[in-house]
Design a protein around this ligand. Structure first.
Ligand SMILES: [Zn+2]
Length: 136
């Protein structure tokens, strides 16, 4: 039993392991798996099995460069979705102190302190003055 950890370390040596795509596939797998508990579809069952196989294949793969490129591609494709989610998290976290408004010139999201009324804010990206209405 004492060299169980050593055996695991030796087995994982030179293998790719976990990354962002792995974490995404894990979440996707559990979502499909739980949905399939209620739906009981053979197509969803096959789909979740394929996700699991792909996940494990990537985890134990020795072709590190190819897995790294796959992850890079995934990060590039998922960037808009990930930044949307992180913006929503920030909006929720700061909902009591800040208001978020879009700059009409460059579409950047402005993070403003709550001061009720109409104000003029300067956009940090395009430096236009933006009229901002904050009512609540
Ligand atoms: Zn702007």
């Amino acid at each position: 039993m004492p060299n169980w950890k050593d055996k695991m370390i030796r087995m994982m040596y030179g293998r790719y392991g976990a990354d962002t795509l792995y974490a995404f596939l894990q979440v996707l797998f559990w979502i499909v798996f739980v949905v399939n508990l209620f739906v009981r579809s053979s197509i969803l069952s096959l789909f979740s099995s394929l996700i699991l196989v792909w996940m494990l294949f990537r985890f134990f793969s020795r072709n590190i460069e190819k897995r790294r490129k796959e992850n890079e591609c995934f990060l590039r494709i998922s960037k808009p979705m990930r930044s949307f989610i992180s913006l929503q998290k920030m909006r929720w976290r700061e909902r009591k102190n800040k208001r978020f408004r879009r700059c009409p010139y460059c579409k950047t999201i402005l993070r403003l302190p709550i001061k009720k009324g109409v104000h003029v804010a300067s956009c940090p990206k395009c430096h236009h003055d933006v009229k901002v209405h904050i009512w609540w």
